[in-house]
Design a protein around this ligand. Sequence first.
Ligand code: PRP
Ligand code: MN
Ligand code: MG
Length: 189
Amino acid sequence: PDHYEEDVSSILIPHGVIMDRIKKLARMIVDDSPGPLVVCCVLKGGHQYFADLVDEIKKLRRINGTSVQLSLEFIRVKSYMNDTSSGGVKISLTDAELQEFKGKNLLIVEDIIDTGATMVKLLDRLALVEPKSVRVTSLLIKKTPRSNGYIPDYVGFAIPDAFVVGYALDYNEYFRDLDHICVISVSCI
Ligand code: PRP
Ligand code: MN
Ligand code: MG
C-alpha cells in the first residue's frame, strides 16, 4: 500500500497510551524478578515492545536503584505467512542456542497472543532445556473464540477480535512502522 493512512480504519491504542502502560508493566516485572533475567524477544512482532520495555526497566534502575541484570536474546518465530492464516509455527532456534536458556530466569516478550498457538509451541520447546523460571509478557491479548486458553503472566491490553497492525505488528510485512496500534480496513484485506 502506498497510502498507509487510507488503509487503517481507526487507531485502537495511541502510542502515548502504549508507552504509559509499558512503564507500569516494567515496574511489575522488576518487582517480581527472582534475579538476573534473560529477556527473550520474539521476532519480528515483539521487537518494538521489547525495545521499549527494556528501556523502561533501565529507567527504573536509574530512578530508584532497583537493579535487575538483563541479558538480551532474540528468537525468530513465524506462524502467519502470506495473509492472516497460520501455516504452522516455525521456531528458528538451534539446539545450541536453546542450551543457553538452561537454568536461567526467562522473560519472553511478545507483541500479541491471538490463538495462543505460537506461545504454547515456544514454551513447549523451551521447557525441554529446563530454564529456572519462565514468565511471559505480551503487549496485547486478543479476545477471540479461536483462543486455546493460554494467558500470559503480564498483559498490556486485551483487545477485540479485529486484525491489528502497527507498533511492529504487520499485515504481509506492512504497517510495522506505524507508531499507534490500528485496526486494518477490510478493503485492504
Ligand atoms: C504473530 C504475532 C505473534 C503470533 C500470534 O507473529 O507476532 O507472534 O503471530 O499468533 P497466535 O497466538 O495465533 O499464534 P507472525 O507469525 O505474524 O510473525 P511476525 O512476528 O514476524 O509478524
Ligand atoms: Mn510474531
Ligand atoms: Mg506477522
